[in-house]
Design a protein around this ligand. Structure first.
Ligand code: SF4
Length: 326
């Protein structure tokens, strides 16, 4: 549903799901420093060309962005774009400093390198050029955000990880932290509270706690939504205001990013209070809606509307959107 077109041709390796954000999957970044067994991007790694999203075509990306002035954010993602040589990143990103891309305010780069390979930012052969690129983008007026994937506070305890963080922040780029809640790994409020505190101490902005996605080896790693909410809430209670920027637990589902805001009893019915943090229709954003309480549901499609409603408010429109793209 998210594949955009340029001059009547589908653009490989680009996704445009939300109005203001375009995702770019550079071909050189469609592998990882390590393969997490809970990865939702498994299709990028299994060697099936029909499933993989990848692009080497900087001109097409730039052409699309030039035409779509409603786009403010470019997210470079993978795999892990930080497995790429700096020269490739330069080719994709530096042209965005030209005036025709003034509408692109933010460049985000999703990565796990800050924990799996912090040397990327410190001692790799082209680490200096990489740091220079971030500084140049920032100096040129872009907000550069490194979207760092952290699952556990132990990932930020090494000197080299801290040094990588310091070097990135010295360029003026921000680091925002996000990661999934995973059974057997971090299904523990204390672990999240310690992670968020450590992040704040190092100048990282806690951004998201994600619900384990409905892809890949979900069964082993899944945590029921009710438990996810309790872990989130307990962790929030243990941290100061600066760490309460972490949103969640959030499901990156077909219609959008849906956050569990709470569990409430309304007119005698126990319900989940939900809201869209991001929606295929921007008008869905921040609109509260309600699902029947469930002890076992682990994803949006396992939830039922509360108060005897047949459908959630967005369902008909979402079906229409899907038909429009099929
Ligand atoms: S770091 Fe991210 S993209 Fe890479 S294997 Fe792990 S979950 Fe997947």
């Amino acid at each position: 549903m998210n594949m955009p077109e340029l001059d009547g041709e589908v653009l490989d390796g680009v996704q445009h799901k939300y109005r203001e954000t375009v995702l770019f999957f550079p071909a050189q970044g469609q592998t990882c420093h390590s393969y997490c067994t809970f990865c939702f991007r498994w299709a990028q790694f299994v060697g099936d060309k029909d499933l993989k999203m990848a692009s080497t075509e900087a001109e097409k990306l730039h052409g699309y962005l030039q035409e779509h002035t409603e786009v403010t954010d470019l997210l470079v993602t993978g795999g892990d774009p930080m497995v790429m040589k700096t020269k490739h990143l330069v080719q994709y990103l530096e042209p965005l400093l030209e005036p025709e891309f003034d509408h692109i305010q933010t460049i985000r780069i999703g990565t796990k390198a800050l924990t799996f390979w912090p040397y990327r930012f410190v001692t790799d052969k082209d680490a200096e050029e990489l740091i220079d690129l971030f500084a140049k983008l920032v100096d040129g007026g872009k907000h550069v955000a490194i979207m760092a994937h952290y699952n556990h506070w132990q990932e930020i305890t090494t000197d080299i990880a801290e040094e990588a963080i310091r070097r990135i922040r010295a360029t003026g780029a921000e680091i925002r932290a996000q990661g999934p809640l995973i059974k057997h790994v971090n299904d523990d409020a204390d672990a999240w509270a310690k992670l968020w505190k450590k992040e704040v101490q190092l100048g990282i902005i806690p951004y998201y706690m994600f619900v384990e996605r409905d892809t890949g080896a979900k069964n082993y790693f899944e945590v029921p939504l009710v438990e996810a909410f309790h872990i989130y809430r307990e962790a929030m209670k243990k941290v100061s205001g600066l760490a309460r920027t972490a949103r969640g637990p959030s499901m990156s589902a077909g219609p959008g990013k849906v956050e569990i805001q709470g569990i409430a009893e309304i007119k005698g019915e126990k319900v989940f209070v939900l809201r869209f943090l991001q929606g295929r229709n921007p008008d869905w954003v921040q609109r509260p809606f309600f699902a029947k309480y469930s002890e076992t549901a682990t994803w949006l499609h396992e939830l039922e509307p509360a108060f005897g409603e047949e459908k959630f408010f967005f369902e008909d429109e979402f079906e229409q959107m899907k038909k429009g793209k099929s």
